[in-house]
Design a protein around this ligand. Structure first.
Ligand code: SF4
Length: 187
């Protein structure tokens, strides 16, 4: 199965929606659930093989580079890099859930700004074309945190795709790592 040519537009659209209203970023949660729903239905990585907009962005951007791709580092494929990324992903999700619960319980103010790698604040305010006054602060906090997570992994994947093979990110993507483990169980 081949990725559709213009799937990358969904990724660009997703990040553009963050400029319209950050709460729309929660639609990106679908990218976390669809891969597993399809995997359990088809007993293979259908999402990764044909529908992932992010992977399509990496392959599309890689077409623009002039130099030949370097080989994917061996420790990405056989070493601990998968585990490192999975741990980063798990810690990030834990941080997102715990801080969202704290905001919901009025124990902290929402962090209404982006962060790179969950700890590096980005000193730029995301313009908001639309504001919804009725949205609970914890939802806005969750939205900023989730958008930050998506932004970090997308930028990382783009850099890897430009330096190495286009889909180098896919060798260490936490979704793929969990999918591989799930496949071992369901097959
Ligand atoms: S490994 Fe990750 S980035 Fe690559 S296709 Fe699968 S979900 Fe998308």
């Amino acid at each position: 199965m081949r990725n559709h040519k213009y799937l990358f537009l969904i990724t660009l659209f997703y990040f553009a929606m963050g400029f319209v209203n950050i709460n729309l970023s929660l639609f990106g949660l679908a990218c976390m659930f669809f891969p597993f729903i399809l995997l359990l239905k088809n007993k293979k990585k259908t999402w990764c093989q044909g529908y992932c907009p992010r992977a399509n962005l990496y392959t599309s951007c890689a077409k623009l580079k002039k130099d030949p791709s370097r080989k994917t580092p061996q420790f990405f494929i056989y070493g601990n890099m998968k585990l490192i990324m999975l741990s980063y992903f798990g810690i990030s999700l834990f941080f997102i859930i715990m801080t969202t619960l704290r905001v919901a319980n009025n124990l902290m103010v929402p962090m209404e700004y982006l962060r790179f790698f969950i700890i590096i604040p980005i000193p730029l305010e995301l313009p908001q074309l639309l504001t919804f006054s009725t949205i609970a602060p914890w939802i806005t906090h969750l939205s900023y945190r989730f958008y930050s997570l998506m932004m970090t992994s997308t930028i990382l994947g783009l850099i890897l795709g430009l330096v190495y093979k286009p889909r180098t990110w896919c060798t260490i993507c936490p979704i793929a790592t969990i999918s591989d483990k799930l496949l071992e169980k369901v097959r």
